[in-house]
Design a protein around this ligand. Structure first.
Ligand code: OGA
Ligand code: MN
Length: 283
């Protein structure tokens, strides 16, 4: 039986005594699926997985997203986060591959810019830098619980617009390609989500969120920034310091995350993500 130890007092667990390279028996899998909803972030140390094994494990959680146009791995179930160029060397800091990592440095929920946003992401570490490059997670279930009543009343039932270009424009206004713009128009998402398995609710805002229906643009922008700040106070955050062959599975309904900087021009960092699709639009 898999063993679960809490990572923080309010969310996250470290999972041992389980081998994700093999097909899990039903009881172990159901336990893991329940723990996923309960803890929001599951960290599995020492899981050297081939891409096929990573895909097989993730698929058991649901159909996988195909990687969007413009990303490394486009059209496949793998998102490859790497700063190694075609010549096998680390690319310069301003290279597109590094820009992707910079954009991932803004707090976000994966694929919230898609009409059906992601349920889960599963990220495995292949090569990690000696320093920096951590991934941080903030629980939006905890954030929702802790929000003042007045703020809750203001946003409950509200719909926000999530747009891929909103987050990318914050890094570099020239970053989004025409193909990305065409494929990824703004989508509507509820600002508070229900997590049916636990009956809990979670705040749903991040770097792709740019506007709120019924609230004037400037006020909405301020409110979005305040909500993200509130949600990501250090007491609500788990920082994952990667080791090679670590795997982390997270619930995009329940956490936002960001990648931390590292010496991108100097050290290779290679991570592979599979993304489990959600089961419908939120709004
Ligand atoms: C991701 C992501 C951050 C990182 O894989 O979805 O945002 O630390 N990664 O690489
Ligand atoms: Mn991400």
């Amino acid at each position: 039986m898999a063993n679960y130890e809490p990572l923080t007092s309010r969310f996250g667990a470290r999972v041992t005594d389980v081998d994700l390279s093999r097909s899990l028996d039903d009881e172990t899998f159901v336990g893991l699926r329940n723990a996923f909803a309960e803890y929001s972030v599951l960290y599995f140390p020492d899981q050297p997985l081939t891409d096929e094994q990573q895909i097989a494990f993730s698929r058991r959680l649901g159909p996988l997203e195909a990687t969007k146009v413009g990303s490394y791995g486009a059209g496949t179930p793998l998102v490859i986060l790497s700063n190694i160029g075609e010549d096998g060397k680390v690319v310069p800091d301003d290279h597109r591959l590094n820009m992707v990592h910079k954009a991932n440095g803004l707090w976000h929920s994966d694929s919230s810019f898609k009409p059906v946003p992601a349920l889960a992401s599963f990220l495995t570490a292949k090569t990690v830098p000696p320093e920096g490059g951590e991934t941080e997670y903030a629980s939006m279930v905890v954030a929702w619980d802790d929000l003042p009543k007045k703020t809750k009343a203001k946003i409950d039932g509200k719909v926000a617009l999530h747009h891929f270009a909103t987050s990318r424009n914050r890094i570099d206004p020239d970053m989004v390609t025409d193909a990305e713009n065409d494929e990824l128009p703004p989508v509507r998402q509820f600002m508070v989500r229900d997590i049916p398995e636990t009956g809990k609710r979670a705040l749903y805002v991040g770097s792709h969120t740019g506007a709120i229906e019924g609230i004037q643009d400037k006020e909405a922008r301020t409110l979005i920034d305040e909500l993200v700040d509130f949600s990501t106070h250090s007491d609500k955050v788990y920082t994952h310091k990667w080791r090679e062959n670590d795997a982390v599975l997270w619930d995009n309904r329940a956490v936002i995350h960001r990648g931390r900087p590292f010496a991108r021009h100097k050290h290779p960092r290679v991570m592979i993500r599979t993304t489990v699709a959600g089961d419908g639009p939120t709004a």
